[in-house]
Design a protein around this ligand. Structure first.
Ligand code: SF4
Ligand code: SF4
Length: 170
């Protein structure tokens, strides 16, 4: 080591200069943080967040519980239980088979979008919605109550904007 290196002082001063530089930049300059959730950052159009299970125009669930999304999922985050559609339930489920239980563990999910790509029924899509925070792990296992979109027009989840950008990118 040279004499200057042995006394450590220049290295200490250099480190302090870096700290002060970032300190004043954050105090007087553009801050790196936002006051979320009051202020929200713009996301890329292809951002992948909270999934939605879509319904068709008549309000019937598109998902037919084929399980392809679960097979495609690298994180093994999706589980489901299939059931046969009963007589009189034609207005609820589009196909003869449907998912009586459909769950995604959001703590396992890596938001890769492979479930969306694997789905042959246009039933599952990732949206630009952020998965809400929680203190309880079990609350991150989203069931159909958190995934299936509402029947009413105002409760439908629009996935067209994201899909348009994904298609253009391809
Ligand atoms: S986005 Fe990826 S990790 Fe998440 S549920 Fe779908 S396939 Fe699994
Ligand atoms: S979401 Fe799609 S791929 Fe997954 S079980 Fe339903 S129909 Fe099959």
């Amino acid at each position: 080591m040279t004499f200057m290196e042995r006394i450590y002082l220049p290295a200490i001063l250099k480190g302090m200069w870096t700290t002060l530089k970032h300190f004043f930049r954050n105090v007087f300059g553009k801050t790196a943080t936002l006051r979320y959730p009051e202020v929200k950052r713009d996301f890329a159009p292809v951002y992948r967040g909270w999934h939605v299970l879509k319904r068709d125009e008549q309000g019937r669930e598109n998902c037919t519980a084929c399980g392809l999304c679960a097979v495609a999922c690298p994180a093994e985050a999706i589980t489901m239980t299939a059931a046969e559609r009963e007589k009189g339930e034609e207005n609820l489920y589009r196909e003869e088979k449907y998912a009586a239980v459909y769950e995604i563990n959001m703590l396992r999910c890596i938001f890769c979008g492979l479930c969306e790509e694997a789905c042959p029924k246009e039933a599952i899509f990732l949206t630009d919605r952020i998965v809400p925070t929680d203190y309880v792990r079990q609350n991150f296992v989203f069931g159909k109550d958190m995934l299936v979109e509402g029947v009413e027009p105002e409760k439908r989840i629009d996935v067209k904007v994201r899909q348009k950008h994904v298609t253009e990118k391809k």
